[in-house]
Design a protein around this ligand. Structure first.
Ligand code: AMP
Length: 221
């Protein structure tokens, strides 16, 4: 995969976007742009954007389109993304998708492929309840499906794993509702452009990964 490739990962929270993105980073050195990670970094830094984002994130609502479009625009044309990138958690509304198309076309770029990971709500709820993160690297684990070697510790650094505050059941339900109402319409949007591939996200992560690689190999040069 030599040519820069621009990928969107689409799916509900807990569908495995982060896990699959991490595999592509490890094998190909792809750059992952996760708006959720960027917003959490803004919250931790105490910035104005972070303050705006926090109240929406805490309720499981979406942060305003203008803010997320701004933070994505600040990154996607940087040198680090010259070899391509994976958008994880963006776009999440039709307005974001339209704006993304517009800013990419101004830079003679386009999204090459949208990978949709399909996972039913009941499995999302089970997966998220067991999610644990290593904050510094973004590595994720699941106490039920993908446990760390030592309970509560990151495999590589041995540092403490944490649970995200918005991973509690009530907020996850609200994030799922938000997904169905505001993000799912993007499936049709990208299907109509002929660039969407849907993959069963309930399968084994390695099987999903090999399907993703097959899909990327079929992207026209
Ligand atoms: P994530 O880590 O992708 O699950 O995102 C965590 C939270 O950040 C979401 O529940 C939203 O509140 C917010 N967020 C992340 N990406 C976006 C986006 N593209 N548009 C609006 N809000 C977002």
């Amino acid at each position: 995969m030599k040519k820069p490739i621009h990928i969107i990962f689409l799916g509900p929270p807990g569908c495995g976007k982060g896990t699959q993105a991490q595999k592509l980073i490890n094998e190909f050195g792809f750059v992952q742009l996760s708006t959720g990670d960027m917003l959490r970094a803004a919250i931790n830094s105490g910035s104005k954007i972070g303050k705006h984002a926090k109240s929406a994130i805490d309720k499981g609502n979406l942060v305003s389109d203008d803010i997320v479009i701004g933070i994505v625009r600040d990154r996607i044309f940087n040198a680090e993304c010259a070899g391509g990138y994976m958008l994880d958690g963006f776009p999440r509304t039709l307005a974001q998708a339209d704006k993304l198309d517009q800013i990419l076309s101004e830079h003679h770029q386009k999204i090459d492929v949208v990978i949709r990971l399909c996972v039913p709500d009941d499995l999302v709820l089970r997966r998220i309840a067991g999610r644990r993160f290593h904050l510094a690297s973004g590595r994720s684990y699941n106490i039920e499906f993908n446990p760390p070697l030592i309970e509560g510790k990151d495999d590589i650094t041995g540092e403490q794993l944490v649970q995200r505050e918005d991973d509690n059941e009530e907020i996850v339900q609200s994030r799922l509702n938000t997904y169905h109402e505001q993000t799912e319409p993007l499936v049709r949007f990208y299907e109509e452009k002929g660039i969407l591939t849907a993959i069963d996200g309930t399968r084994d992560p390695e099987e999903i990964y090999s399907k993703i690689k097959q899909t990327l190999n079929q992207v026209p040069a």
